[in-house]
Write a protein that binds this ligand. Structure first.
Ligand code: PLP
Length: 394
């Protein structure tokens, strides 16, 4: 394609898909690919999952949208199911991950002002990714995302990810920090899981200092790490929890959930969204969450994650170009000793869709519905690609 009407914000690969089924995509030439990326952790149930397709088709034939000026029983139902599985009290539906985080940032400021803090500060992490809107790109810990968009939004402080000492020093030295926003596993930042010590330490600090603990689970949520939400690996509950990506399996939906001291911050007039939680997306959310529960896909994600990491460790044990292998559930990163974006194209040629993030981390986000045979096929396609690429270095 030489002519395009699209603003070139993305460097797109030279392939277009026409249809999908489960973990498989078919391109316009009829070639098939094993999808180990799921549209960036969106299609957790795989492509064209019958439960989602049926729910969307039935809802589309009935009613797409009425706005939040009216009661919406299907949004109530989606909200009840989501908050039950997430262990949170209430939810506001929006349309994307960035928007969910915008909601969280607004909650932090309300919490601060309620405590009488004039210029509330939000603590965020190095290498974080929270979105592309002005406030969320400010929260994002990447100069590449921010450059050119100054002046950035005020009210953000930053410390090292997994550096509990730094976080605690900042929080103890300032009375204007009102909240902490953190990803339980940094996705875009390089598939880096938080240490248990870091997460437990932040939770304790937030409790002690009356700060909102706000988790960005846009990528880690909806079963991806082996629990409905990654915080459920721990024994505390956050005040604010955002999610999106896997929540709708491809329909644009986000959610900001609240509990405890954040539960009553948003009052009428504080926040809104024309589309947020419309009947179409809520039909999909209900289908996704019911399927996660009925098919026990969290357990499946945990099992498959262990299986794939084991297989990769075995297959790549002699590969000097592999620095570390890490992840949680079906969020897997293979960090190389050098930049490896080339691997995306090589894998594509081998019929496998992967992603490289943070320059030198191969990121795998396969569907939670992957079969055992497909997990083996993933390994059989990926390992030789990496070994061949590594052999050509130096
Ligand atoms: C993808 C992502 C976002 C942004 O979500 P959008 O839907 O693209 O706005 C925010 N936070 C995290 C952790 C993400 O992975």
């Amino acid at each position: 394609m030489t002519e395009t009407a699209l603003i070139p914000t993305y460097a797109r690969l030279p392939v277009a898909f026409e249809s999908g089924r489960g973990a498989w995509l078919t391109d316009t030439q009829g070639n098939t690919y094993l999808d180990a990326l799921s549209g960036i952790a969106v299609c957790g149930l795989g492509h064209a999952h019958p439960a989602v397709t049926e729910a969307i088709q039935a809802q589309a034939a009935k009613l797409l949208h009425t706005s939040n000026l009216y009661q919406q029983p299907i949004q109530e139902a989606a909200g009840a199911l989501l908050t039950r599985l997430a262990g949170m009290e209430k939810v506001f539906f929006c349309n994307s991950g960035a928007e969910a985080n915008e909601g969280a940032i607004k909650l932090a400021r309300l919490h601060g002002h309620r405590k009488g803090v004039e210029k509330p500060q939000l603590l965020v992490m190095n290498n974080a990714f929270h979105g592309r809107t002005l406030a969320t790109l400010t929260a994002t810990g990447s100069r590449k995302v921010q450059a050119g968009f100054e002046p950035l939004v005020s009210g953000f402080l930053r410390c090292g990810y997994n550096d509990l000492e730094a976080a605690s020093a900042l929080i103890n030295s300032r009375s204007d920090i009102v909240a902490v926003l953190v990803e339980p596993v940094q996705g875009e930042g390089g598939v880096t899981p938080a240490s248990d010590e870091f997460m437990n330490g932040l939770a304790a600090l937030c409790q002690e200092k009356d700060l909102l603990l706000m988790l960005d689970e846009v990528q880690t949520g909806n079963g991806r790490t082996g629990r409905y939400f990654a915080y459920q690996h721990y024994d505390w509950t956050p005040d604010v929890l955002t999610t999106a990506k896997g929540l709708g399996n491809g329909v644009p939906v986000g959610a900001v959930m609240v509990s405890g001291k954040a539960a009553d911050l948003f009052q009428p007039g504080h926040h809104g969204s024309t589309y947020g939680g419309n009947p179409l997306v809520c039909a999909s959310v209900l289908a996704v969450l019911n399927t996660l529960e009925q098919e026990k896909l969290c357990e499946r994600a945990a099992y498959l994650g262990d299986y794939l990491v084991q297989g990769l460790k075995q297959g790549l044990s002699d590969c000097a170009a592999v620095k570390t292998l890490r992840g949680k559930g079906l969020m897997i990163g293979i960090e190389m000793t050098q930049p490896c974006t080339e691997l995306v194209k090589l894998a594509l040629e081998a019929g496998l869709l992967i992603n490289v993030t943070a320059g030198q981390v191969v990121r795998l986000l396969p569907p939670l519905t992957l079969t055992d045979a497909e997990a083996d096929q993933l390994l059989e396609r990926l390992i030789p690609v990496i070994l061949k690429w590594a052999a050509r270095l130096d």
